[in-house]
Design a protein around this ligand. Structure first.
Ligand SMILES: NC(=O)C[C@H](N)C(=O)O
Length: 272
């Protein structure tokens, strides 16, 4: 459906939400949506995306920030990335242990020298928060502001029991997120599949060929389902005209959208 900028569309992960606290997930999606949307008053799509994701990292209801799942050694290692579509600027961090990985990713993007930094570089330790995982899922946000800025970001604790040092799709542009002058997209699901398919990049290619954001996201996810079966991917996306869409092949995906006149959020059925 078409929305009026400024628009914020977020997700709290695709997965089996029948086994999680979906009411809490939905409540926290609404809070994150409102927290991020506030930023449009003073900031741009960048601040809206970062603050919505930082809220979800701090919530504990999702597999990101303090809610991150643990690796095989019982430690938290998080990945995050952000991209500003209009300028192709991008910043990401992988295998970090900081309070808000999305803010670290933003620092990498604003610094501009590199795209992806790996490992801890002496930031605030998350040790005191270890063990807060409530089994939620990866978080992401996409936004289009009134100036036409398209921004996408994703943040995750990865996959429970992963090998130490494992990096998923979430900090990789074209996989866990992607933004161009045409679209902003965030993915969630099994990183080992998403890294093979690069669905966020594919959505931009399809939109550049003239397909709608809805058809593009649907066809990429249907392709993943054909190749790898169900239960492994969800995506949200927005285009430069304000068309927004969310789709997944899992049992649910926490998600929500907000503009001046609309606010919607769902975990299970519901059309963005
Ligand atoms: N739940 C997720 O979306 C996990 C994330 N895509 C990863 O594989 O690291």
């Amino acid at each position: 459906m078409k929305y009026t900028p400024p628009i914020l569309l977020i997700h709290g992960g695709a997965g089996d939400w029948s086994k999680r606290d979906s009411e809490k997930g939905l409540r926290e999606i609404k809070n994150a949506l409102n927290r991020g949307y506030e930023e449009f008053k003073r900031g741009s799509a960048i601040e809206a995306v970062v603050e919505a994701i930082a809220y979800m990292e701090d919530s504990g209801a999702f597999d990101a920030g303090i809610g991150s799942v643990k690796n095989a050694k019982g430690e938290i290692e998080m990945d995050a990335g952000i991209m500003h579509g209009n300028t192709w600027r991008v910043g990401a961090v992988a295998s970090v242990r900081v309070k808000n990985p999305i803010k670290e990713a933003l620092r990498v993007m604003l610094d501009g020298k590199h795209v992806l930094l790996v490992g801890n570089r002496g930031e605030e330790s998350l040790k005191e928060f270890l063990g807060n995982s409530q089994g939620g899922d990866t978080v992401g946000a996409v936004a289009l502001d009134e100036q036409g800025n398209l921004v996408a970001g994703t943040s995750t604790g990865g996959i429970s029991g992963k090998y130490p040092g494992r990096v998923g799709d979430s900090p990789i542009p074209g996989a866990g997120y992607y933004a161009t002058p045409r679209v902003a997209v965030s993915s969630t699901g099994i990183g080992e599949i998403i890294l093979r398919v690069l669905p966020a990049k594919e959505v931009d290619i399809l939109v550049s060929m003239g397909f709608s954001i809805e058809d593009s996201i649907r066809s990429v996810i249907n392709k993943v389902t054909e190749m790898f079966g169900k239960g492994n991917i969800g995506m949200i996306g927005i285009d430069s005209k304000g068309y927004a869409y969310a789709y997944y092949n899992t049992v649910g995906m926490a998600r929500g959208v907000k503009d001046k006149n609309n606010e919607k959020s769902f975990v299970f059925e519901g059309e963005i």
